[in-house]
Design a protein. Structure first.
Length: 148
């Protein structure tokens, strides 16, 4: 590269940096004016309630202390949040609860890995010492002639 071109680019860089610094104000005073007597947009009478924006799992895992992601297998992909191993399927037939039409069916076929589900929670599952946690589980034994 030509020596004069290098000098020119260098001077141009310094001038650009100098002008950008010169153009910035060090003061941060701002003024916001509001006319509280002036009516803005009309709000429809059919619009009521509370707006809540779910940011960073604020609803799931935040406000109502949800620990399990997709606990009732309601997501579009039912295994979202879950890692199944063994013979696991999500079913909707012969449900135990009307409020929860989906359930996991686990069949132990004596695989080396066993059969189960692991939930990832919301960036983990935060368990606290000396806290009480309820885990409601429903089950149906489909085996006949079970010995006790």
């Amino acid at each position: 590269m030509n020596s004069n071109l290098k000098k020119g680019l260098c001077v141009l860089s310094f001038l650009t940096a100098g002008f950008s610094l010169f153009g910035q104000s060090t003061e941060s005073d701002y003024l916001i004016k509001m006319d509280v007597d002036k009516i803005g947009s009309t709000i429809q009478p059919t619009m009521y309630g509370v707006f809540f924006e779910d940011i960073n799992f604020g609803a799931d895992g935040g406000l109502y202390a949800e620990l399990i992601k997709n606990r009732s297998f309601e997501f579009e992909y039912p295994f979202t949040g879950w890692t199944p191993f063994g013979d696991v399927s999500i079913r909707s037939d012969k449900t135990c609860f009307d409020r929860n039409p989906h359930y996991a069916r686990l069949i132990n076929r004596k695989q080396l890995t066993g059969t189960g589900l692991i939930n990832e929670g919301f960036k983990g599952i935060g368990i606290k010492t000396n806290e009480k946690y309820d885990l409601p589980v429903g089950g149906i034994n489909s085996l006949k002639n079970v010995r006790k």
